[in-house]
Structure formats: structure tokens, C-alpha cells
Ligand binder design. Structure first.
Ligand code: LLP
Length: 438
């Protein structure tokens, strides 16, 4: 998919770059991001909204993969940006991302984060709870500012892949509940705060979703709430944000929809429900993360040791694992992989791919068909662009890998590989523990 192909020598190329050469040049493990595919995904969303004729913002949920070069691409493609911490905000600002297109999320924003975001003039806060609502107003008042907000609503719709469940009240740490009246009270209190400008409401129903029904139901709940608020409080929402969660294909078992189908379901739903309630059509915002960067990423590893337990299993260990991709260990996520240096070799066997961390749970893929694997082969695991680098750790003091963007035969480093000194730089040895000169 994307710009990936297997060349005549049976080697994997991405963005016109031979991955075997990339592994040699930058070392492994290495995250390789197909820049053209990232840009294509951004455009799919934006074009789908343009077709609808509605006003919109597509905010890239930077939590999926937040580095400065990615913020530049998001800006160039006309995206907005969703951040959830001072670190993501700082990264965006350092990259020069236009502050007015930044939306700040999170269920426990600190006073320092709120101050930083107000000082930077960000476009909007997505307010999660009453404490934040009042703190935000107070800090804005101190700074003699008025800040735009959306209220995060818990709509009572939870969606994961094919299933969604509709509950009267959701047991969630996020947002104002629709069912118990706290969302209504939040609107009442928000409009009463002189330093807050209430633009509208937000909902996020889940992640890696393959169907549109959950989104349609969320739209229906949002219009129900909007209508109630309009008649009861005379408040009209100008913005409705439906969050992210659009699924991608990690393996053949996954059946995501084309991105424009998700957008169409949402925009059609908005037009239908809001028109039928004689409600002025709001601006629609969404926040995709995974579906922008997920399938653009490939991780390259070098095969190290191989352990065969006759009649049981063959373990093939690579030079990374749960430190660069914690998703199999955390969520039992499935991945596909191939040998980047011998993609066409037909001499297949079934192996399991192990990481190098000191625990048995550090397995990347169970029962994978590969050509007969040898020490030194380059393994390419696909669909690692979202929530891999973002969730990478230094467990076992393993260094975080480098990230390169590839496009039209050019490979550019966008994150350097961590050095050994990076690992010890923040350590401090107290005076009393220092080695005394003999
Ligand atoms: N908006 C909000 C409020 C969110 O909480 C999230 C994801 C998104 C947007 C973006 O969702 P996406 O389009 O990427 O599905 N670490 C997990 C995923 C956690 C998602 C958290 N929230 C994983 O690796 O699967």
C-alpha cells in the first residue's frame, strides 16, 4: 500500500527508498514513515469535507505521532492540531504550528498547561470537567483574556471496531455526562463565565472503529442535546466536534472503511438531524490520529538470534520489541511483517517474532509466515506509524529508535536515535553516593 513495493531483487522499497539501504544507513530498529501516504490521508479527509459544503476543521490528533516534522506536514496540509499535554503543545509551537489551529484536550490539564496554552493564543480548549471550567475562567480572567471552549460530552456511545454500545450513562473518566444532567449544567455554567466563549460540544466514542453507526448515533445524541440546550438556555452551538477513532487495516482481519465514508456518514448525519430540528448547521470538527499516520509507518529490525524448539515453535528475535512497539503486549494487537531483504523468497516457514526485552510477554507477532529466516535479515513490520514511537519507552534502558521520512527517493531523519548519553543525561548521583578518589 502507499508507495511501498517489492523491487526486482525482492527488496522492500518505500517512498522510492530501498529499506535495506535505509537499515544500513540509519541503523535498526528504524521507523520509516511514507510521507506521501500521510499527506494523502490528510487530503482524503479534507476533500471529503469540501464535498459536503459544510464548514470544518480536521485536527490531527498528535498523540498518535507527535514530532516537529509531522507538525509541519499537518500545517502544510491545512490540518488543525489536537494536543493533550504541554509536551505536545511545546512540540507544535517549536515547529511553528499556527496556534489558532491548536485544540487542547485532556481530563486533567494542569494550571501550568492552561497558562502556557493561553499565553500561546491557542484556538480552543476542550473542557472536560467543572474544576477545569472554573480554573480556566479564573486564569483567563487574570490574564484579561477570553478563551474559546468546547465542552467534552460523554454521549453514552462507546464504539470499538464493529461493535458499539449505547448506554444511558457511561462509566468514563472523560467529559460531562449527558444522562445525568451534568452536560446541561456545564453549558449553564460555561455561558455564565465572563472569560469563556462557548463554541460548542465535543464527543469521542472510541478508537479503531470500522463502522459508521456509532458516529451516527453520536450525532443523533448531540443534536438531541443541542436542541434541549437551545430551548432551555437559549444557547446555540456553532461547533460540533465528533472526535477521532477511524480504523485502519493492521492485518487482513481488519475491515476499515474508506476515510471519506466516515466523513460522509458524519456530515450527512449532521445535515439530516440538524436540519430536521431547524437548527443552524454547525461547523464540524474531527480529530483523526491513527488513520493519518498508522499505515504510513513501517518498523525495520535486524534479526538476531533464532531459537528452535523442535516440534513446538521457532522464536526469531529482533533488535527491538515492546520498547518501540508496546501495542502487542498492551492490547494483544496483531501485525503483519515481511523480510525486507528477501520479500519474494518462497521458501516459507512459520516463526514467532520476539523482542529483546527481559520478559516473556515481549512478543511482537505470533505464528508469522516468512521465508527461512537467518541472522542478519531485515524484518519490516507494517502499520507502525501510530502509537508506536508515541508510546515507546526506555525499558531495559533500550534506546528509542530513529525516525525517517521517505518520499520520492529521499530519506530524511526527523528524529535522531537516542544515544547512550541521552539515557544517563538526566541521572544525578548525589554527593554521598559519588565514588571517592582512592
Ligand atoms: N480525540 C480524542 C479525544 C482521543 O482521545 C483520541 C484517541 C483521538 C481523538 C484520536 O483517535 P484515533 O483517530 O487515533 O483513533 N494507544 C491506543 C489508542 C489510544 C487512543 C486514545 N485517544 C492504541 O495504541 O491503540
Amino acid at each position: 500500500h502507499g508507495t511501498s513495493q517489492i523491487n526486482d531483487k525482492g527488496q522492500l522499497e518505500i517512498g522510492g527508498c530501498n529499506t535495506v539501504d535505509l537499515a544500513a544507513r540509519f541503523g535498526t530498529p528504524l521507523y520509516v514513515m511514507d510521507e506521501a501516504l500521510i499527506r494523502q490521508r490528510c487530503r482524503e479527509y479534507i476533500n471529503a469535507f469540501r464535498e459536503s459544503g459544510l464548514n470544518f476543521q480536521v485536527a490531527y490528533a498528535s498523540k498518535a505521532f507527535c514530532v516537529m516534522a509531522m507538525c509541519r506536514i499537518a500545517e502544510e496540509e491545512g490540518m488543525s492540531l489536537d494536543v493533550v499535554s504541554e509536551g505536545e503543545l511545546y512540540t507544535a509551537l517549536q515547529a511553528g504550528f499556527p496556534a489558532e489551529r491548536i485544540h487542547f484536550h485532556g481530563n486533567n490539564k494542569t494550571p501550568a498547561e492552561i497558562e502556557m496554552a493561553i499565553d500561546a493564543n491557542i484556538g480552543c480548549f476542550v473542557v472536560d470537567n467543572f474544576i477545569e471550567l472554573h480554573m480556566l475562567n479564573a486564569i483567563a480572567a487574570e490574564k484579561k483574556r477570553k478563551v474559546n471552549i468546547l465542552l467534552r460530552i460523554t454521549p453514552g456511545v462507546e464504539a470499538h471496531t464493529h461493535e458499539y454500545i449505547s448506554t444511558g450513562q457511561t462509566d468514563s473518566k472523560f467529559g460531562f455526562d449527558l444522562g445525568n444532567g451534568s452536560a446541561y449544567r456545564a453549558v449553564e455554567e460555561a455561558v455564565a463565565q465572563p472569560n469563556l466563549e462557548l463554541l460548542g460540544i465535543h464527543s469521542h466514542i472510541g478508537s479503531q472503529i470500522f463502522e459508521v453507526d456509532g458516529f451516527k448515533l453520536a450525532v443523533e445524541k448531540m443534536i438531541g442535546f443541542a436542541t434541549e440546550v437551545r430551548s432551555g438556555l437559549n444557547v446555540t452551538f456553532r461547533v460540533v466536534n465528533l472526535g477521532g477513532g477511524f480504523g485502519i487495516r493492521y492485518t487482513e482481519e481488519d475491515t476499515p472503511l474508506p476515510l471519506r465514508d466516515y466523513v460522509k456518514a458524519i456530515t450527512d448525519g449532521i445535515v439530516t438531524y440538524f436540519s430536521s430540528h431547524n437548527y443552524p448547521l454547525p461547523e464540524i470538527w474531527i480529530e483523526p490520529g491513527r488513520s493519518i499516520v498508522g499505515d504510513a509507518g513501517t518498523t525495520l529490525y535486524t534479526v538476531g538470534t533464532v531459537k528452535e524448539i523442535p516440534g513446538v515453535r521457532k522464536y526469531v528475535a529482533v533488535d527491538g520489541g515492546m520498547t518501540d512497539n508496546p501495542r502487542p503486549a498492551l492490547y494483544d494487537s496483531k501485525y503483519e511483517a515481511m523480510l525486507a531483504n528477501r520479500g519474494k523468497d518462497a521458501n516459507a516457514e512459520t516463526v514467532s517474532i520476539a523482542g529483546k526485552c527481559c520478559e516473556s510477554g515481549d512478543m511482537l507477532i505470533w505464528d508469522l509466515e516468512l521465508p527461512k529466516v537467518q541472522n542478519g535479515d531485515i524484518l519490516a513490520v507494517s502499520c507502525t506509524g501510530a502509537y508506536n514511537y508515541a508510546m515507546a519507552s526506555n525499558y531495559n534502558r533500550i534506546r528509542r529508535p530513529a525516525v525517517v521520512f521517505v518520499k520520492d527517493g529521499q530519506a530524511d531523519l526527523v528524529v535522531k536515535r537516542e544515544s547512550l548519553d541521552d539515557l544517563t543525561d538526566l541521572d544525578v548521583i548525589p554527593e554521598r553516593l559519588q565514588k571517592k578518589a582512592a
